[in-house]
Ligand binder design. Structure first.
Ligand SMILES: *[C@@H]1O[C@H](CO)[C@@H](O)[C@H](O)[C@H]1NC(C)=O
Ligand SMILES: *[C@@H]1O[C@H](CO)[C@@H](O)[C@H](O)[C@H]1NC(C)=O
Ligand SMILES: *[C@@H]1O[C@H](CO)[C@@H](O)[C@H](O)[C@H]1NC(C)=O
Ligand SMILES: *[C@@H]1O[C@H](CO)[C@@H](O)[C@H](O)[C@H]1NC(C)=O
Ligand SMILES: *[C@@H]1O[C@H](CO)[C@@H](O)[C@H](O)[C@H]1NC(C)=O
Ligand SMILES: *[C@@H]1O[C@H](CO)[C@@H](O)[C@H](O)[C@H]1NC(C)=O
Ligand SMILES: *[C@@H]1O[C@H](CO)[C@@H](O)[C@H](O)[C@H]1NC(C)=O
Ligand SMILES: *[C@@H]1O[C@H](CO)[C@@H](O)[C@H](O)[C@H]1NC(C)=O
Length: 421
């Protein structure tokens, strides 16, 4: 290369750099629509009346937007996040005087896709009763830990767009029933309504939500039988109905939930129909909790296809009989097993002792298990992981002293039959 072409190259390079540096300035976002601008002043004044919004942002919000709001390239507001989450800074803190008095505050944002309120309406002296309407563009609606936001659920859903994808209402004052109209939200991927004051039965129309991946109704006052139609939600990966008053039999249609990874039905009133056998067919299941339902009966031999299981909570279920040795054989990924507060008897399968290096906890407390185990090594680990109190016929003799060849905690090898770790 001669000097001239070097020069040309350098000039071209310089021009290119200039282009890259200057282009964003040329692409400055267009001015915000005056209606959206005005609506935003109104909304922000109602969430945080102490900040002088018009003075701080006289020319709109999209040129260098505050972190709690997102604009698209055409200067339309697409996302708003209000409240407080520890370790998250991109929210606008809510004033204790925050209100939503005008129910049409949000309808002036025709491009809004996501809105969230976390720890925003928590002033118990100032309950919020107004029911806001949201624009049809909305895809994600989140209300998390707003205990003073008190509203019946049904009218709140009335004006929500049927194309909503996530409805997450956790820890608020929503009450009343889950209305039949929930079935109209065909695009829902997540319906989480935990820790509210909801009651009544799950409507059968819920079976229309074929795309639903997460259904969480935990910690409410729901009751009645769980409708068979929940078993037709074939996309579900998480089903959490814990801490309600559901009764009757756990629907056998759950056998169709082939994608289920998390099933939590604990602390309800499901009846004495035994541990459901369909569990044995849900081969993707990782966590299953049935604790606190008097299902009774013996632990069935259903474990062959359940190698993916990590956590099992079968506490306080009125279980009788012996612990099947097959549990240990197949559950290669087990980290937690709770079988405490049942009426299990007989020996503890040897396999449990071999598993101990790999699990976090096996809780067998308050049963009627019998036998003895001599532990000459790693007794502290055994005591931490294997909970055996309240089995009067079981003798665990730990003599760890003077055990020099004992490998430490997590790395201890498979135990021997006689309990040497
Ligand atoms: C409400 O939440 C805020 C954090 O957003 C917190 O500082 C305040 O103490 C809470 N108020 C009440 C009454 O819980
Ligand atoms: C809330 O409103 C009351 C009465 O209107 C007022 O005295 C108080 O200063 C307000 N608090 C805040 C943080 O704006
Ligand atoms: C639903 O929207 C319509 C029209 O915007 C309004 O008249 C009605 O009051 C809204 N209903 C509820 C329950 O918010
Ligand atoms: C739920 O309802 C009960 C009684 O109906 C009431 O005492 C309680 O405060 C309500 N909880 C919430 C979070 O609204
Ligand atoms: C189900 O919900 C309860 C209460 O909201 C929660 O504590 C529990 O961890 C959830 N279960 C699963 C498997 O996520
Ligand atoms: C056990 O867990 C490992 C690591 O997460 C995973 O690769 C393996 O597939 C699991 N085993 C079964 C049978 O699912
Ligand atoms: C415990 O099991 C023994 C048989 O191993 C049985 O005789 C006894 O009644 C059981 N105790 C309870 C409280 O169920
Ligand atoms: C516990 O084991 C030691 C050593 O094997 C033995 O000397 C002792 O008698 C045992 N204690 C009980 C209560 O069985």
């Amino acid at each position: 290369m001669d000097d001239d072409s070097m020069m040309t190259l350098a000039v071209l390079w310089f021009a290119f750099i200039l282009f890259v540096v200057l282009t964003p300035e040329n692409n400055e976002p267009p001015p915000i629509n005056p209606l959206e601008q005005k609506a935003l002043y109104n909304l922000l004044n109602s969430i945080d009346p102490t900040t002088p919004w018009t003075t701080l942002y006289p020319h709109g919000f999209c040129i260098s937007p505050p972190s709690f709001l997102h604009c698209d390239s055409k200067s339309h507001i697409v996302q708003l996040n209000f409240g407080f989450i520890s370790d998250q800074t991109d929210l606008l803190p809510c004033s204790p005087n925050a209100t939503l008095q005008d129910p049409l505050l949000f309808t002036a944002f025709p491009y809004l896709r996501k809105i969230s309120f976390s720890n925003c309406f928590n002033n118990t002296h100032k309950p919020i009763h107004s029911i806001p309407s949201f624009p049809p563009s909305l895809q994600h609606l989140l209300f998390i830990d707003n205990p003073s936001f008190i509203s019946p659920l049904q009218p709140f859903l009335t004006n929500l767009t049927a194309s909503l994808k996530k409805l997450v209402l956790i820890g608020n004052g929503f009450y009343g029933e889950l209305p039949q109209q929930i079935g109209a939200f065909h695009d829902l991927l997540e319906l989480t309504l935990s820790r509210n004051n909801l009651s009544g039965e799950i409507p059968a129309s819920i079976g229309s939500l074929k795309k639903l991946e997460i259904l969480d109704l935990s910690h409410n006052g729901f009751n009645g039988c769980v409708p068979q139609q929940v078993g037709s939600l074939i996309s579900l990966s998480k089903l959490n109905l814990s801490y309600n008053s559901f009764g009757c039999k756990i629907p056998e249609t759950f056998i169709h939930l082939k994608n289920l990874e998390f099933l939590d039905l604990s602390f309800n009133r499901f009846g004495k129909f035994g541990v459901p056998l369909f569990l044995g067919q849900l081969s993707k299941i990782k966590q299953v909790y049935l604790s606190g339902n008097k299902l009774s009966g013996e632990i069935p031999e259903i474990w062959e296809k359940l190698g993916a299981v990590e956590k099992i909570g079968f506490s306080n279920m009125g279980l009788v009989g012996e612990i099947p040795a097959s549990m240990v054989v197949y559950l290669e990924n087990l980290s937690y097993l709770g079988l405490d507060n049942n009426n299990l008897q007989g020996r503890i399968p040897d396999g449990f002792w071999y598993l101990l290096p790999y699990v976090d906890e096996i809780n067998l407390e308050n049963n009627n298990l019998t036998g003895r185990m001599e532990v000459t090594c790693g007794g502290d680990v055994v005591l931490k992981k294997m909970k055996l109190a309240g089995n009067i016929g079981y003798h665990l003799n730990i003599t760890s002293d003077g055990c020099s060849s004992c490998p430490k905690g997590g790395t201890m090898g498979h135990s021997k039959r006689n309990g040497e770790f």
